[in-house]
Ligand binder design. Structure first.
Ligand code: DC
Length: 210
């Protein structure tokens, strides 16, 4: 039997990254945060002084990525999340990144991937699909705390506006928009702390495994 593939999707700052990391630890599976692929692509363009909508350059940057490039705190910044959301709307960039993600998911032991289109496009056959959501206000509060912990002081209204803009951009794009797969289980974490959300996610995985 092939390995356990867990697909976690959801909007910015929904908590999907933390949940994916914890599930990977718990089930002893490798984890790929696919947002980093788009962040690293955007970062390459910014470093070269190129516009984020230069599809040819962005596709070349995406092609040149390797999974070892991602150990960079700069990729996790607010600026890079915004920039990633712009390059992620370019169809050729998405097409370029499909194989790398599918190869990761095809490991014998299985894998946990988190992103926006894992359950719908990258791993439609995943045994477990979880769509993690929370209200924009909750997500903005969490993001503000997380950025403050990393020394990036940003006021709450700016972050809330960011979260809403990224929701709109990620959901409205023509290719692989953010949406739950038909067979995904939705996990709303608005009223859950991380431990409760984690327990709920483990229960979803256990149930799906049968
Ligand atoms: O999950 P994140 O905040 O690191 O993602 C950054 C941006 O990358 C996000 O706004 C949309 C894009 N993205 C995507 O389009 N598809 C994915 N599978 C992951 C991220």
């Amino acid at each position: 039997m092939s390995g356990l593939v867990i697909a976690i999707d959801g909007p910015a700052a929904s908590g999907k990254g933390t949940l994916a990391r914890r599930l990977a630890e718990y089930f002893n599976l490798p984890h790929l945060d696919t947002g980093l692929l788009y962040r690293a692509t955007a970062c390459a363009l910014l470093d070269e002084g190129l516009p984020l909508d230069d599809e040819e350059a962005a596709t070349a940057a995406a092609r040149g990525l390797s999974l070892t490039d991602f150990d960079d705190a700069r990729l996790r910044s607010r600026e890079m999340g915004e920039a990633a959301s712009v390059v992620a709307a370019l169809p050729q960039v998405r097409a370029e990144l499909v194989d790398l993600q599918r190869r990761f998911a095809a490991r014998e032991e299985g894998a946990v991937l988190d992103g926006r289109d894992i359950g719908t496009v990258i791993c439609p056959g995943a045994r477990v699909k979880i769509f993690v959501t929370a209200t924009p206000e909750t997500r903005a509060q969490r993001r503000a705390l997380e950025l403050a912990r990393r020394g990036e002081e940003v006021d709450y209204p700016t972050i809330l506006a960011d979260v809403k803009r990224r929701d709109e951009r990620d959901s409205a794009r023509a290719v692989a928009p953010l949406k739950p797969a038909a067979d995904a289980v939705t996990l709303d974490t608005s009223d859950l702390d991380i431990e409760a959300a984690f327990r709920a996610a483990v229960a979803i995985v256990e149930k799906a495994r049968g």
